[in-house]
Design a protein around this ligand. Sequence first.
Ligand code: HEC
Ligand code: HEC
Length: 492
Amino acid sequence: MKLAMLAFCFSFLAVAQVPKTWDEKQLKDWSTPIAGLGVRPGHFTEEEYYASPVDNYRTYPVYAAGRGPEGYFERLKALKPARLIEPEKLKTRAQWIAAGKQVWEGFDIGAFRMWDPTLVEEFREAKSKRIARVKPYSDGRIPGVRWIVTEKGLGLTAENCTGCHVRELTDGKFLNGPGTDDLRAFGMQGVMAEAAKVPGMSTMPLPGDDDQRGMWRSFAAPWVKGDVHEELLTMSEADLGKRFFSAMGPNQTPRWSGSIFYPTKIPDLIALKGQKFIDHSGVHRYRGTGDLMRYAALVSFADRSDFGPHQMLSDVQRKVPFHAPDELLYALALFVESLEAPVNPNPRGELSEAGQKVFAREGCAGCHSGPNYTNGKLTLASGFVPSKEMLKEYDILPVSVGTDPGLALKTRKGTGMYKIPSLRGLWYRGRYMHDGSVTTLEEMFDANRLKPEFVPSGFKGLDKNRAVPGHEFGLKLNDSERKALLAFLRTL
Ligand code: HEC
Ligand code: HEC
């Protein structure tokens, strides 16, 4: 009895200690230095962060025409602002995680909030052509958008984490963690921006910018010699659109500070287990829950976007508009860390056992080791030579697997390195390689992908064909060995 009490108190203490999100001490060496610049990206100070207003609003689903509950809109109109998180009600770890799920579902991207009455009217009935174009989820919700009630009244806003890291399964259930495998959420956010005539087709609406400047601010890396993103400033609207959409697709989207020339797949957040770094190029350390809170704050409202002497935002844009309570981000991070993979339907058997032997023989476990099939280390992008200090300070395996070095060397997420991904959940992931250039394991382990005439099923830019270089492990297997290896990989 006494022991049980102790254990209870201990677990309560452990969860009640909410880490500080914007903690100068933690931020100091959180980010990895940028290759070619030799410095870490700048960040807002702790003071700037906490001086901004606290933002904590519940949001509500938007329904397709005729799919919402009876009298839904009238009830919404009558609502007063409510808090997305009410930390004083949370006692146990399970309650914190449940609150984190609500945050996950209700957290919005503040920059997208709009109160324009014509827009509200358009979404209220959801009958306009451009809304009807997007297929609702099977529960009737329109992907990508949410209603929000603040002191300004009822407005529209954009889904945050759930816009990209949720997948609707064929049975109408939702799987939280992996990349969305369709573009419905992005489609709706595009509709919002179009309807409200938000300038700056970009990864964020940026007041005061035209589309070209918005794209440039999203992606340019001015210290890179011959930075390809300079082209964005003079591209026609049509060419910008073509480029942008070439970098998007199921499980794939460029992010702020990433690139539409060197995009990223949407990683599976369930596969964060066993990782020591965040983002494909290891842009930040992952030392514990506090780092996930920092990441969620960074991508949602607190990215200063200074890189040495290069300031990517205008003076007006470069500020923390508001910040979420630490408790909100803590609950969200606990929820993300609690995500579990769905039950694996692929049977283990003779074939997968043979594959396991191939995995061992081919040395895959030199990098993909341990219970999560990753040692969590960073590898070098082709052409990157880390300094002695970097080698000492960072968990680096000083070899290169030779995949496309663009993201790691020519973008603001360019640390010069790629992390070793976990192989758990490969069977449902849907895209492989940091840039999502291949969409099946068959393609990943097909030696033909090294040839320039190869036609990748994933990212290929504006070209019809393109070699998908690097990671040549397992490319020389015979057919039956390859079959066995893939059968094994699908059981993880
Ligand atoms: C517009 C789509 C989009 C939204 C919205 C989004 N993400 Fe992501 N997320 C991505 C992409 C793409 C990456 C990969 C970026 C990279 O590697 O450079 C990523 C990376 C991550 C990572 C690193 C994973 C890893 O394996 O290294 C975490 C953690 C994460 N997101 C959590 C979140 C959370 C929490 C939210 C909500 C606050 C969120 N994301 C919102 C698309 C999105
Ligand atoms: C030297 C370290 C190393 C070895 C050995 C290695 N890998 Fe990898 N693996 C990596 C790195 C690094 C990546 C990410 C590369 C990128 O995205 O640019 C990766 C990516 C992958 C991916 C794609 C995962 C995803 O979600 O994109 C698979 C699948 C994979 N490896 C399987 C294997 C198998 C099977 C073997 C053995 C035949 C193997 N690896 C050997 C380092 C290694």
